[in-house]
Each structure stands twice: as C-alpha cells, then as structure tokens.
Design a protein around this ligand. Sequence first.
Ligand code: BGC
Length: 275
Amino acid sequence: MGELSRLIKMKRLEGQSVLVTGANSGIGESIAKAFAAEGAQVVVNYVANEPEAERVVRKIREKEGVAIALSADISKEDHVKAMFEKMYEEFGTVDILVNNAGIQRDAPFVEMKLEDWQRVMDVNLTGSFLCAREAAREFIRRGVLKNRSISAGKIIFISSVHEIIPWSRHCNYASSKGGITLLMKSIAQELAPLKIRVNSIAPGAIKTPINKSAWSTRETEANLLKLIPWNRVGDPQDIATVAVWLASDESDYVQGTTIFVDGGMTLYPGFATGG
Ligand code: BGC
C-alpha cells in the first residue's frame, strides 16, 4: 500500500479519548458515533435518560467502536470532576472534549423566570466552562503525545448561530451562546502556547429534539426554510463531519474560531430579495 492510500485509510482519531457532553440524542449522539467510527474511544455523557445513552453506546459497539455512558450534570462542579475521574479510570486520559450539551427554556423577555435564565446559563455556559477547565488541566498535565496528535488536546464548543443572531423570546439562550464566543476565544488565546486547540461550531437549524416543533410539520418546516438559503433543514451528520475534522490534526492551524454550519442562515436571508 502506498503512503497516500495508507494515510487515506487511517482513522483520523485512532486511539484518542473523547468526551461528548449531552451525547444521548441529537447533535451529540451523531458526533459520538462519528468520532467512534474514526477510531476514538468515546464517553457518552448524559444527565437524564440513561436508556438513550445506553442505546448510543450499543450502536457504537455494534460497529466495533468503543464507548461508555457516564452521567453527570455538567453545571455541577463535583459531577464534572467525578465524570472526568471515571473517564481516566476507563480510558487513561482525555484527548478531545466536545462541549455539546445545551438546553432551551424559552419565554418572552418580561415573562422570563429567573430560574429559566439561570438554568440555561448554568448548563450552556457554566457547564461548558467547567468541562473545558477540567479537560485543559489534563491536557497540560499530560502534554503532547506525538503518536496520537500534534496537539496536547482539543476543545470544541457546540455553539449556535445565536452566538451572533439575536433571538426574540430566547434571550437566555442567545446570551449563553454569545458568552461561549468569548469564553472560547479567551481560552484559545491563553492555551495556544500549550498546544491546546480551542474552537467552536455554530450550527443553524438542525433536525434534533430541541427544535422539533420548528420542523416537524410541513407548515413549520416551510416557515423555517425561509431562513435558510441552502433550502434544507440540517442533519446532525452535517455537524458531526465538521467536528471530526476540527478534532483531527487536519485542522491543526485552526485556533479560536467559530465555524458556522448553517446552510447560510447567518447571511441575512431577508436581504436576498430586498434591502
Ligand atoms: C437552536 C434551535 C434553532 C436553531 C436556529 C439552535 O441553536 O437550539 O432551536 O432552531 O438554533 O435558530
């Protein structure tokens, strides 16, 4: 086999350990499966609904992949620490963190309850901070393992188009995603000298349980498509393929940036016919 075909056949994340938060459904599930298919050993994190997490683990194992399910509420520091400890017991270390878990608690601004504001911030922003801090500590302790990756570790935030698109009746969610932008960039700047890569993916409308009401009927889907120049609602796989690339050494020079995977949702589609 020639060198090129050997490289092409090589799995891109062989031997690396990855933790995907909120991996029991939607985008997280798809990323967990895609990473396992590229040779990574995967922690499928979940907070509730263990059977769904076990289903994802089973699916990965059916394809000869390696995965375990670990529960943790990522908004709680002790849960996060315990989850990482368990991961080190099982897989030795962490090479890649995908901060995917996220929730919505939608309400008009003046009706929004403090607890709805707080919970969204706790999970989407503080949870991402806690997991990223834990992973970065391990990356720094371990350093680069040359036979595994050029980097000491990779952190990928799953943000949203709403890190830049304001969203009426979703101010808690949009604020949490806006916060992720500068969390991601600040730590990308700080950790780059330590060979730790940090980036975000900002999905647009992707068919997952979080936004089912926006695409599950013909009428709502048609409405949603008005916001998407590419004229289709995204699939979790659209995000997973980018996540694999962003976690692999192929993207080694990509640092501190957000890749929008949104079918053009951030292109001000209203201006296509006017303005
Ligand atoms: C939200 C979805 C929404 C999409 C596009 C995502 O971040 O979670 O509910 O459909 O952004 O607006």
